[in-house]
Ligand binder design. Structure first.
Ligand code: SF4
Length: 360
């Protein structure tokens, strides 16, 4: 078995370490313009951007020898529920057949089916059971530490004494993780970068703009899908916070069958969007409400063109008393227009602060 998975933020670091421990070859596609172009040509025109990026990545990975695609499942009534079936059909049509294993919530497919899907992967590994169990725990730790490092860097970038220190640290971390094999080595790299970020000089007297990043889940996890929004904002000295991370998503998935998932999301979003509309629309609203309550300056909502749940969230966001910039991304979105809109929004937030000070 040679597995491929979509490149999805930090998840590939954890999954690579996991498959290294399992002794299963894993090909992680790159996400770039060429991959997107290829995926766009092969995908139905009206499919959303995440599908097109993943499609391009899978085509390349299968050409490199991958025969199995591992994918997570649906998140309510949106097109994500069709991805597995559609990939399977389209890849076959283009002469790139692959076995698609969809890992879905037990509430959707039943615990028995879920275990049998995991079983197909476990059977392909000759690693002893205790190694596999330990590797699962280590993979979760890798994911949690990588997400925590990102979150710290995105927030601290607004307070750093030396401009660009947090961004440089993240870039070095990502380079080192690329060459890293096995869970132990990955954990060592992560611990070292957590120590390093604590040593970056901060100026607590700074009052940077504080912006929440919210929106469609794939665009939240994968920097290529949001045109590196957080890194752009780091360069501009803005402190950002994001609710949706792969670690958050995993915890939410595990707690869902027990109805213990994200009580604060339901509570904060209920006045604006009382019913689930699929995707992570409620999380978008909840994070905007959190930004309002915690005195953040604004919210940037990002989603792929045609994303139904986020279009509903965009309408509901009008009710939340916080400035919102909505960025809709498709395969044609370019850097220049994107930067201009972000800069104009930040200028507006600065002006709003100055006005509030004058009136105080
Ligand atoms: S949440 Fe939006 S972009 Fe993501 S799969 Fe669903 S419809 Fe597509």
């Amino acid at each position: 078995m040679v597995i491929t998975i979509p490149r999805l933020g930090n998840t590939h670091m954890a999954m690579r370490a996991l498959f290294d421990a399992f002794g299963i070859a894993c090909i992680i596609p790159e996400n770039n313009k060429a991959v997107l172009q290829r995926g766009t040509a092969a995908a139905p025109e009206d499919m959303c951007l995440p599908f097109k990026i993943m499609m391009g990545g899978f085509l390349g990975a299968i050409e490199q020898g991958a025969d199995t695609i591992l994918l997570t499942g649906s998140c309510g009534p949106c097109r994500f529920g069709e991805y597995g079936e559609l990939f399977s059909r389209l890849l076959k049509q283009t002469g790139h057949p692959a076995d698609v294993i969809v890992i879905d919530a037990p509430a959707e497919i039943g615990m028995k089916t879920l275990l049998s899907r995991f079983g197909r992967i476990a059977e392909a590994s000759r690693a002893p059971r205790r190694v596999k169990i330990a590797a699962l725990g280590q993979a979760y730790q890798i994911l949690a530490l990588a997400d925590a490092l990102d979150a710290a860097a995105y927030k601290l970038a607004g307070y750093e004494r030396e401009t660009g220190a947090c961004a440089r640290l993240l870039a070095a971390f990502r380079r080192e993780m690329r060459a890293c094999r096995g869970p132990e080595a990955a954990l060592k790299v992560l611990e070292s970068y957590h120590r390093q970020i604590r040593r970056i000089g901060m100026d607590p007297s700074r009052k940077p703009l504080r912006v929440a990043i919210a929106g469609e889940v794939y665009s939240m996890f994968e920097p290529f899908a949001n045109l590196n929004i957080e890194e752009r904002l780091m360069r501009m000295g803005v402190a950002t916070e994001r609710l949706l991370t792969p670690t958050w998503w995993l915890r939410d998935l595990v707690l869902k069958p027990l109805h213990l998932n994200s009580p604060e999301v339901k509570k904060r979003s209920a006045p604006y969007l009382p019913v689930p509309v699929g995707g992570h629309a409620r999380e978008t609203i909840a994070h905007a409400e959190y930004a309002r309550q915690s005195g953040m300056d604004g919210v940037i909502q990002i989603f792929p063109m045609g994303c139904m749940p986020e279009i509903v969230a965009k309408a509901a966001l009008h009710g939340v008393d916080v400035p919102v910039l909505t960025l809709v991304i498709d395969e044609m979105t370019g850097d220049a227009g994107y930067d201009t809109r972000i800069e104009a929004f930040l200028d507006m937030l600065e002006a709003r602060r100055r006005r509030a000070k004058r009136w105080a």
